[in-house]
Each structure stands twice: as C-alpha cells, then as structure tokens.
Design a protein around this ligand. Structure first.
Ligand code: ATP
Ligand code: MG
Length: 412
C-alpha cells in the first residue's frame, strides 16, 4: 500500500470560517488513485505548528500533501515550514521565480517585489507550475518522504494536483488497484436502503456504505487490491438488484432529474410542474439538465391557496375540506398542471417547510407529492421529513421527480 497523509493550513480553515473542502477533495482523489489516506491534520498559520504537522505526517505516511499558505504575504509560511521540517535553508529558486514571472507575463504584468517570497524554496525542492494562479506548487521532502505543497484556493490546488501529483503517483508500484462504484437511489429512506444491503455493509471488502446525498441516497462501494474492478462491479450489481425500482442510476452524475429527462426523451413525452412548498425547485432541477427544453413544458409556483385555485383550478371546497397540504390538494394541483400545460405527465408538491406547523396545525416536515398521467389515476405520496426548511424542500422536490421517474421507468 501507498499511504498518504494530508495537512491543511490556515487560521480560517482551523477556525471553521473556510470549510475544508480541499481535504475532502484530496482524500477522495487520493483514494481513487489507489492510495490509503491515513490521516488529515489541520493547523493554523504558525510556522512551528505547520512544521510539526509536516513532520508528523511524514513520520506516518509515504506521501504528504499540504495545502495553503503558498501566497506572497507574511502569513503564508508553508514553504518556510517545510524547510524547517526538513532542516534545510530557504533559497531563491530560479525556476520558481521564472514560473511566477511567466504567470504575470501571461497577464501582461510584472510581479511585485513581495512575489519573490513565492520563489523561496527549501534547498533541493522543485517548483511546480500552477496555471491557475501566481503561487507555484512545491515538491520537497521531509524525513525522506516526498512532501507536496499545493496552493490553498481550490481551483489552484486541483490544477497543481492533477498536473503534477497524479502523474508522479501513477508511477508508484505501491499503489493498490481500487475501484469505486456508486448506486444512486431515490424514494426510499436511508434506513430502508441500508436494511436491504445490511450484510454487504457489514463486510469489509468491498467497503459498502449509504450516504444521504441532497435528497437522494447514494450507496458507495470501494474495492481494493487484486481484482478490485470485478469485485466492485459484482457488489454494485447485487446492490442494484436488491434495491430494484429505487435505483436511479449507477453513475456519479446521473441524478433523479437527469434520469427523468432522459426517460421523458426516450418516451417522447413531456412534463409539467405545479409547486407549492418547493417554490420552483423541481422546475429548476429539470432545467439544469441539458436537453430539458425538449421535454419540460413549464410549470407553476402556486404558493397561496388563492393561486392554487386561480392558476391551477384546485377546487375551493377541496382546499376547505382537506387543506392545501393534503394528498387531495397535491393530486388536484398535478391534474391542473397536466390539463393546462397539455403535457404527458405532471408532478406537484405541497407541504409545510417549517419551522413550526402551518395555520391548520399540519406539522412541519409534512409533504405530499403527486403524479398525474394522461389516462391514468393520479397518484400521491405522503412524506414525513425531519429536516430543516431547505433540506425538506429539496427532498420533496426529489420525491416528486422520483414519482415521475418510477412511472416512466416502469412503462413500456
Ligand atoms: P493565496 O496566494 O491566495 O494567499 P495560499 O496558497 O497562500 O493562496 P491560503 O492563503 O492558505 O492559500 O488560502 C487562500 C484561500 O484559499 C483561502 O482564503 C480559502 O478561500 C482557500 N482555502 C485555503 N485552504 C482551503 C481549504 N483547506 N479548503 C478550501 N479552501 C481553502
Ligand atoms: Mg495566502
């Protein structure tokens, strides 16, 4: 195995003002490249703290990746910290200075004098071109282990990682074959998904886990070692078989809205939306998918009772009797949208986003989604969502799209 340890630097990260997305991104990428990430440290800007973290990381891993603190200012001390961790002096590196000058040259400018700090490298270290910013990355060493210094801004970090770190790692025979797979599901709570694959989740090879993912539930699988791809494929196929109609896709970037658009295109039909609690989120999710214009007729945001009546024709006595947050109202909204948009199918959402109950005493987190289809009885689904407002709206939107997905996937 090839072990990697991460060090994130910067007071704003340490205090929580900047979410440490660099560490999660790097951990994921390194894992995908067949490394075993053994630890992730976060420190501030103090020279000795950064140096100590680099030494600690180098003592336990084969490769160290550090982010942040490569800028030109006084609080950017990572190069100096590496020099201290390695016990080598800093010296102006001609190649690093050329990279800084070249970056400014492309912008038609000259580097300021302070930028020279970015060319001060521990002796023996190598400067790495950063095409996205002024600060070159650095490859140095501590305790005989390679230490990669990457810029803090995520774009720059990713650019230097992909351009320099990945090609170098790929030459390392200690990497293990790894295969990551995902099975995306919607419409079933995480507990149900987990229960269906409990035995697979208890095993350790491949590692199988469920993760709530923006209203969906993703099952992720990671196999390691000889034969990893075949093991991962077999396990993913078994997961998909057990989860059946809940499975949205086996691709990272095919979510319920993508599945719905592609199924609608395949069926040559169209969709319309009638949204209360989600305030247009269902429509928004659809239009983010390329090709939505071929299948999305349009929709309504019918938030007030009056607008549900006027725009969608939801009967007044229905609203008086069942309330706007009811299966009956959701069905009437979907039918109103279907008829008015002359679409093939229509989905509707209604609910109480909270905090607190609505005027009729319906508790927060209650929602109904409905699906109307030409020539079929309109179906509705009740949801009880114990999450805050925005997450509740998101889950409701996913549930509405999932009704459409399940219908389209099961129709010939
Ligand atoms: P700069 O040249 O911009 O100063 P730098 O390499 O010195 O870059 P930092 O000063 O440590 O990097 O951080 C610059 C910015 O990069 C931070 O303000 C923050 O927005 C982002 N950043 C730094 N570290 C992280 C991290 N771990 N995760 C996500 N973003 C980060
Ligand atoms: Mg900085």
């Amino acid at each position: 195995v090839l072990r990697a340890a991460l060090v994130s630097t910067g007071h704003e990260v340490l205090r929580g003002d900047t979410p440490n997305t660099n560490a999660s991104w790097l951990a994921r990428r390194l894992t995908a490249e067949g490394l075993l990430v053994t630890s992730s440290r976060t420190v501030g800007d103090l020279l000795e703290d950064v140096a100590e973290a680099i030494r600690g990381a180098a003592a336990e891993a084969d490769v160290v990746v550090v982010t942040g603190g490569l800028g030109p200012t006084e609080d950017d001390r990572t190069r100096e910290a590496l020099a201290r961790a390695a016990g080598t002096p800093l010296a102006l590196d001609a190649a690093a200075w050329d990279l800084v000058r070249a970056y400014f040259g492309r912008l038609g400018r000259e580097p300021a004098e302070v930028q020279r700090r970015q060319a001060l490298l521990p002796r023996g270290a190598t400067a790495l071109e950063n095409r996205e910013g002024t600060a070159p990355g650095v490859l140095g060493a501590a305790l005989g282990r390679p230490v990669w210094l990457l810029p803090g801004p995520p774009r720059e970090m990713r650019a230097v990682f992909e351009a320099h770190v990945v090609p170098s790692l790929r030459g390392d025979r200690r990497r293990e074959p790894v295969a990551a797979r995902v099975v995306r599901t919607a419409g079933s709570p995480e507990s149900e998904v987990a229960a269906a694959i409990e035995d697979l989740m208890r095993g350790s090879e491949p590692v199988v886990g469920t993760h709530p993912d923006d209203g969906e539930v993703a099952v992720r699988l990671l196999a390691r070692g000889e034969g990893a791809p075949a093991r991962a494929d077999a396990a993913a196929a078994e997961v998909a078989r057990r989860l059946g109609p809940a499975v949205v896709s086996r691709e990272e970037d095919v979510r319920v809205e993508h599945a719905v658009v592609s199924l609608l295109r395949g069926a040559g039909t169209t969709i319309a939306t009638a949204e209360s609690v989600t305030g247009g989120l269902v429509a928004r999710m659809l239009v983010l998918v390329p090709g939505a214009s071929e299948v999305f007729r349009g929709g309504w945001v019918a938030y007030s009772d009056e607008w549900k009546r006027e725009a969608l024709g939801v009967p007044e006595d229905l609203l008086a009797r069942f309330g706007a947050v009811s299966a009956e109202a959701a069905r009437a909204m979907a039918e109103g949208a279907l008829a008015r948009a002359r679409a093939g199918i229509a989905v509707a959402t209604t609910g109480v986003a909270g905090p607190g109950p609505d005027a009729r005493g319906v508790p927060e987190g209650t929602a109904f989604v409905a699906l109307a289809v030409r020539g079929r009885a309109t179906e509705a689904k009740a949801l009880r969502l114990a999450v805050a407002r925005e997450a509740m709206q998101r889950r409701t939107a996913v549930a509405a799209l999932d009704l459409a997905r399940r219908h389209l996937a099961s129709s010939p």
